[in-house]
Design a protein around this ligand. Structure first.
Ligand code: ATP
Ligand code: MG
Length: 338
């Protein structure tokens, strides 16, 4: 398994929060897989992605494991961690302008990691950077190399950032709201580009895995192979994308789908009542209970646990259609039919 997060819990120092930022998060991404991670603001998506790079908040304690290619990131020594961050994993953020130094040329942004991390000569780095810009679909790559960020559109800059993220041939790509700031057409182009890169790597036999973070569940369901849904620092559901769209199991997942109308649907979107919980909200049972239309008294003390459904509930290799959801009502149904 390329990325294998197991029972990851991240807690801020005592007194800073009423509950963990992440609670028992388990998540897997296989090579050649595009895995979605969705949820409302504050659900813990970015915290999960940053944990893959062992970028934890000041003073935070982590338990569980984050394995990349079998090696626990939480236990790496400093030299190994540096290599992990610069070679194995690449992260793409929402705002390309904040990733690029406004006064430096596009070319320097690309050649820096090539000379520093890969040890290429200046000349080879320029050649490879130019090639990379062409491969992400930018016209006149030689001219782009000499331009500065303000001379390019947001969509073009995001392509530059993607080119940089891929320049060190990472195994794992973490895309945190990487297309959220783009207009619909540019977003579609950038997603198609990411898919074609993934396909190229698959054919070359050096499979890439992508963790695609977005608050847009329909987008994740359309673009990803498998999707994880987070709520209050927990994974509340995971299953293959088509299943999530057609047959969501967790009331929160259903709520997310109902409040994001699809094209051609003329029903008014129905927002999930209430607000997403903050770190000062603690729970004795299911964290979704205050907003759940189907909650029962027993849910107040039900300790959330992933209830498998369909197949074996084993994720990651794309061969199993099963999933899991952390809902007591699903547990009741599963138990009565077993
Ligand atoms: N360095 C930090 N110190 C303290 N709390 C933090 C820190 N970073 C994030 N948080 C809190 O942890 C929770 C999870 O944040 P996170 O950024 O992972 O959410 P998210 O799902 O990425 O949200 P968004 O969709 O807004 O990006 C939030 O309540 C956030 O306020
Ligand atoms: Mg975030």
């Amino acid at each position: 398994m390329l990325l294998d997060i197991e029972d990851l819990t991240i807690e801020l120092p005592a007194g800073a929060a009423a509950r963990p930022m992440l609670a028992e998060v388990s998540l897997r991404v296989g090579r050649d897989e595009v895995v979605g991670l969705v949820g409302e603001s504050g659900s813990g998506k970015s915290t999960t992605a940053r944990a893959v790079l062992r970028m934890l908040p000041e003073g935070a304690r982590a338990s569980g494991s984050v394995r990349v290619d079998g090696e626990d990131v939480l236990a790496m020594d400093p030299a190994r961690l540096r290599r992990h961050r610069s070679r194995t994993v690449s992260m793409i953020f929402q705002d390309p302008r904040s990733a690029l130094n406004p006064v430096r040329r596009i070319g320097d942004f690309l050649t820096d990691p090539l000379t520093r991390v890969l040890g290429l000569s200046r000349r080879d780095a320029v050649a490879k950077a130019t090639e990379l810009l062409a491969s992400v679909g930018l016209s006149e790559p030689e001219r782009r190399m000499r331009q500065r960020p303000h001379e390019l559109s947001g969509g073009m800059l995001q392509r530059v950032v993607i080119a940089a993220a891929l320049s060190t041939d990472p195994d794992l790509l973490l895309a945190d709201e990487a297309t959220s700031a783009l207009d619909a057409t540019t977003q579609a182009e950038v997603l198609a580009l990411l898919r074609s890169i993934q396909e190229e790597r698959r054919r070359a036999g050096s499979g890439l895995g992508t963790l695609f973070i977005t608050h847009d569940l329909p987008l994740a369901a359309a673009y990803c192979d498998r999707v994880y849904v987070m709520y209050a620092g927990r994974v509340v559901e995971q299953q293959p994308a088509h299943g999530l769209f057609a047959d969501p199991k967790h009331p929160y997942t259903r709520g997310l789908l109902e409040c994001s109308p699809s094209l051609g649907d003329d029903r008014a979107p129905r927002p999930i009542p209430g607000r997403p919980p903050s770190l000062s909200d603690a729970f004795t049972g299911c964290p979704f209970l205050p907003r759940c239309a189907r909650a029962e008294a027993e849910c107040e003390t039900w300790a959330p646990v992933a209830v498998p459904f369909g197949g074996r509930g084993v994720d990651g290799d794309g061969s199993d259609e099963g999933g899991s959801a952390a809902c007591r009502l699903l547990e009741l149904v599963t138990r009565s039919s077993a």
